[in-house]
Design a protein around this ligand. Structure first.
Ligand code: SF4
Length: 479
């Protein structure tokens, strides 16, 4: 079995990957500006929704119920989709999903496909797998197109090219589309992308998509988007192949009433996405006449079995947690080394990879709780982060590593008053060469990692307890 989440197996640990990105002022400025704009828009449209908290509760309850009965709802989906003329395929891992998609494209005689933005195909590295079989995948989402033409990596779930500004996009389009006089106004750039893509929409006969939601009662698939490229891919080609994680299913088409409201507001700060497409199987003479959907596990089933972490699979990929995260906003998405960045990436990637990779990600958080506050399906991300940190310590880290040894020593000192007071006395003596003006100077060796980004106050000359005892003694003498 090949569980793959983008490039996470080869990615360096988060602290190492983040360092060069923290030096990139252009990237940090772009990320800060873009996340601030989206946050502002989200705050406005959420504030005008008077039942926002009730919507969040309803969304969380629907997702939790579905996950607890996922086997049943997936069977319903398969039955209804098949009855509507679709074909359902099951993939246990990334390689199997890629093989199924490539095999279908070859079966229909295609050598190129147009694609709607899909995080799931990024997770399986579908484009690379197709290229290895001589099939070209053409991204049609504007941000994904920028990433593809710039040979870059996505850095945000909803806005993959958020780390690029207009001038950088103009350079990419100018060089790859051979447009030397291209301007950098939004309308110049979108017109260039439209001209480039229109010919492909009209020529290529096979499309690949993801799915925002699968509907168990109708066998329907729902995709929401803002640009209309998705609608082109869903209507013009002869063949449509979708790939979706098994957790994307909802019990009923009626549940879209809740999810279409919370997704648009949380993701792009819109009241409703401009394009909401829902289809079931095939309709003679209308749209693609062959529809296949690949349902992907790729490490999801074990998450379902973990009662404390299962809430991770409620995620609807709105990216609201990324936009508010103080860590993501400093580093951007590349530091996470995965298709999924930010707080959701910090809990999803390590779990999909069964902690084989990405075990530094649960520590890439200040635990401030901002992600939990904005999450439209109420995933308690800090709670899952702490749960995963516990797993990392128990399952992955040697008991002889410095952090584990330090924690054992701290536990021994904190559990006994005399040991604690002795440690305080020793600490006061030991800190003398390391402090000045009441603060620790940068600590030497490995401890320097801790003080590089933090100020650490020196231990006071007198503890509160000592001060109190002294005061009591002085009081009793005075009586
Ligand atoms: S964890 Fe919540 S806020 Fe973050 S992407 Fe998923 S649904 Fe959105």
């Amino acid at each position: 079995m090949t569980i793959r989440v983008g490039e996470s197996a080869a990615a360096p640990p988060f602290p190492k990957a983040a360092l060069p990105l923290l030096q990139d002022q252009q990237l940090r400025g772009n990320v800060r500006h873009a996340t601030e704009v989206i946050q502002r828009k989200r705050a406005q449209v959420v504030a005008e929704q008077t039942d926002w908290q009730e919507l969040r509760s309803a969304a969380a309850a629907i997702r939790e119920h579905t996950l607890q009965h996922l086997d049943r709802y997936l069977e319903h989906f398969e039955k209804a989709c098949t009855a509507a003329g679709g074909h359902v395929h099951w993939a246990s891992d990334a390689d199997e999903a890629n093989r199924i998609v490539a095999g279908l494209i070859e079966q229909y005689g295609g050598r190129e496909v147009i694609k709607i933005k899909t995080m799931t195909s990024d997770e399986t590295r579908l484009n690379a797998a197709l290229a290895a079989r001589g099939i070209e995948a053409i991204e049609t989402d504007l941000a994904e197109l920028i990433i593809q033409l710039g040979h870059d990596r996505p850095s945000h779930i909803v806005v993959p090219a958020l780390h690029k500004n207009r001038m950088q996009v103009r350079e990419i389009f100018r060089d790859t589309m051979n447009l030397p006089g291209l301007g950098d106004k939004p309308e110049d750039l979108t017109a260039a992308a439209r001209r480039y893509l229109r010919e492909k929409f009209l020529r290529v006969k096979i499309a690949v998509s993801g799915a925002n939601f699968l509907l168990a009662d109708t066998g329907g698939v729902c995709i929401v988007e803002s640009e209309g490229n998705g609608r082109m891919c869903l209507t013009l080609p002869d063949v449509l192949i979708s790939i979706a994680g098994i957790e994307k299913v909802l019990p009923s088409v009626r549940d879209l009433e809740v999810f279409l409201q919370i997704l648009a507001r949380s993701a792009t700060g819109e009241r409703l996405n401009p394009y909401n497409s829902v289809w079931s199987g095939v309709a003679p003479g209308d749209g693609p006449q062959h529809f296949h959907i690949v349902l992907l596990d790729n490490g999801r089933a074990p998450i379902l079995a973990d009662a404390e972490a299962r809430q991770t699979l409620r995620c609807i990929r709105c990216a609201a947690c990324l936009n508010v995260c103080p860590v993501y906003r400093q580093t951007g998405g590349h530091a996470y080394g995965s298709s999924y960045a930010g707080p959701i990436g910090a809990i999803l990637t390590p779990q999909l990879m069964n902690l084989e990779h990405g075990d530094s990600l649960p520590y890439a958080s200040s635990l401030c709780g901002a992600c939990y506050e904005v999450c439209p399906v109420k995933i308690n991300i800090p709670e899952v982060l702490i749960h995963l940190r516990g797993r990392v310590v128990r399952e992955r880290k040697s008991t002889l590593n410095p952090e584990a040894l330090a924690m054992r020593a701290a536990a021994a000192a904190f559990s006994n008053r005399r040991r604690f007071e002795a440690a305080q006395r020793l600490g006061r003596i030991g800190q003398i060469p390391l402090t000045s003006d009441g603060w620790f100077r940068p600590l030497p060796g490995m401890l320097g990692n801790w003080t590089r980004a933090r100020d650490l106050r020196a231990l006071p000359k007198q503890t509160f307890r000592e001060w109190w005892q002294q005061r009591e003694r002085a009081g009793s003498k005075g009586q």
